[in-house]
Design a protein around this ligand. Structure first.
Ligand code: GDP
Ligand code: MG
Length: 173
């Protein structure tokens, strides 16, 4: 099957508490860039990136929030049609991990029934991780989530998270 004729397209949303690094992860993935100061209200909004997976080209349509996550008020349209979600927490912030679990429930309730979810522990470049990696992994496993650890600052783990998520999605045309 020639990739000239088939580009798969998947909507991916990014969720998690404010300041866990969602926009930084996206900018790293999109432009391989890191900016230390990002206004919470500045999202990457929507962008697309095409990745190669085996013989296929997969177009990822990635949605970022514009800070509405602070009020837990993401509109239905944010989730609509999303085939995948990254739920991000900060490995130095236990509360953000607890909130990530709520976001997982939210996407399960509001999103597409078969959406694939990746749990992402970000900021692993920082010392003093307080969220236990094994506990996070266990939670991910029990809830059928993929699990990754990343640093948007160092550019670590991010490509792998997106590519693995894309590979885990059912191929449909
Ligand atoms: P968002 O609110 O979830 O979109 O988070 P942002 O991307 O705006 O990031 C919030 C803050 O965390 C910013 O000051 C970022 O520079 C910082 N940050 C994001 N990712 C990392 C990371 O991997 N390591 C460190 N040390 N800081 C990060
Ligand atoms: Mg943001």
């Amino acid at each position: 099957m020639s990739q000239k004729f088939h580009t798969l397209s998947f909507k991916i949303v990014v969720l998690g508490e404010s300041a866990v690094g969602k926009t930084s992860i996206l900018l790293r993935f999109y432009r391989n860039k890191y900016t230390a100061e990002i206004e919470p209200t500045i999202g990457a909004t929507n962008f697309q990136k095409i990745i190669n997976v085996g013989d296929y080209k997969i177009q990822l349509l990635i949605w970022d929030t514009a800070g509405q996550e602070r009020y837990h008020s993401l509109a239905q349209m944010y989730y609509r049609g999303a085939k995948g979600a990254l739920v991000v927490y900060d490995v130095t912030n236990n509360d953000s991990f607890e909130k990530a679990k709520e976001w997982v429930e939210e996407i399960k309730n509001e999103g597409s029934p078969n959406a694939k979810i990746a749990l992402v522990g970000n900021k692993i470049d920082l010392p003093n991780h307080t969220v236990d990696k094994n506990e996070a992994k266990k939670y991910a496993k029990e809830n059928n989530l993929l699990f990754f650890q990343t640093s948007a600052k160092m550019g670590e783990g991010i490509n792998n998270a997106f590519v693995s998520l894309a590979k885990s999605l059912p191929l449909e045309f």
